[in-house]
Design a binder for this molecule. Structure first.
Ligand code: PBG
Length: 332
């Protein structure tokens, strides 16, 4: 064996990794702040802001502080938000969800008055607004599907009337996309877009969010309406029916453990797809970073890239502001 002989019958993959210019020339997927949407929690009757314990850097905002935060996001180049409300009062019919002067409705008006071009999406759900903490109406311990639809549609309509660009139902009741689309169209809101949380799994990764939104179910769990994490083909059925009902865009949620699902949904429909990088996915990164165990910035960018690679057109993430800040530092 002559060890000075270099065999020719293998590929030189390293040639194109040799310099930074070459690497960036052949890069297949890139993440920019313009692909990101930041969730914001707006709380009725709160002055100032309160940090969410398990989500360092994420806050409950009163309307005054929300105004300041959105100014900053616009400055940094974050294109939009998805709003979640924490109402002062809950009742069985979730009436604070669709009141014209509900906290989300007020927040939409305020943001649109300050920054008409800042994209405002809204989470449409009942769970924060009723004492059961379930996403639909409860009758005799059962989350009833069809009766829930009118309250969900009413909520979406109130968001549209306040000026939302996109309504995003997260309740997982069947038929809600059709119900919302019909209600919006009947009321002259043909141009308000619908982003369906079409593929939403019953996930342990929502833990910190439920603490933040005070929306943990008072009894049972969400497994009669959210999907079983063990199912992938079922995601394609959910996606197909929401497209048929008129969804403009679909979401897969959570993001990290469901990259394969995002990929499969991407192959099976042609509408834009989002993935939601949920609360516990954020908390895990923050906790490890605070312990000095990981490099937060590299890890977050790697995750964001993986969402794009899986086929997401945009990403809903609590890291959006940090990513925008990092990009601003690099001169974008
Ligand atoms: C409520 C809702 C949830 C999330 C978004 N909307 C929680 C749930 O379904 O229990 C999760 C968001 C997150 O964990 O970041 N309908």
């Amino acid at each position: 064996m002559n060890d000075s002989v270099t065999p020719r019958d293998f590929a030189r993959h390293r040639r194109l990794r040799r310099t930074s210019a070459l690497r960036s020339l052949i890069r297949e997927f890139e993440v920019s702040a313009s692909d990101l949407v930041i969730p914001l929690f707006v709380q009725e009757d709160l002055n100032g802001k309160e940090e969410i314990a398990a989500m360092p850097g994420v806050y409950h905002y009163g309307l005054d502080e929300l105004r300041r935060e959105v100014d900053e996001l616009v400055q940094l180049g974050v294109p939009g938000t998805i709003l979640f409300g924490i109402p002062a009062d809950k009742d069985d019919l979730s009436s604070s969800a669709y009141r014209a002067d509900g906290v989300v409705q007020q927040a939409i008006r305020q943001i649109k008055a300050d920054h008409p071009d800042f994209l405002v999406m809204t989470d449409v759900c009942l769970c924060q607004y009723n004492p059961s903490g379930h996403c639909g109406v409860v009758r005799d311990g059962v989350i009833v599907n069809d009766e829930s639809l009118r309250y969900i549609a009413e909520t979406a309509l109130s968001h549209a009337a306040a000026g939302a660009d996109v309504v995003a139902p997260s309740d997982m009741m069947d038929g809600r996309v059709a119900a919302i689309r019909a209600t919006l169209d009947e009321n002259g809101f043909q141009d308000v877009a619908l982003l369906s949380y079409a593929v939403k799994y019953a996930s342990a990764f929502y833990g910190p969010f439920r603490e933040a939104a005070h929306s943990a179910p008072a009894f049972g769990d969400r497994r009669t309406y959210q999907m079983d994490p063990a199912n992938a083909r079922e995601a394609l059925r959910e996606a197909a029916s929401d497209v048929a009902e008129g969804a403009d865009m679909l979401m897969v949620k959570p993001a990290l453990s469901y990259l394969d699902v995002t990929y499969r949904v991407r192959q099976s429909v042609n509408v834009p797809i989002a993935t939601y990088n949920v609360s516990a996915e954020y908390s895990m990164v923050k906790a490890a970073a605070r312990n000095g165990w990981v490099d937060e910035r590299s890890m977050v960018m790697e995750m964001m890239t993986s969402f794009k690679r899986a086929g997401a057109d945009f990403i809903i993430t609590y890291h959006a502001k940090d990513v925008a800040r990092w990009q601003a530092e690099m001169g974008r």
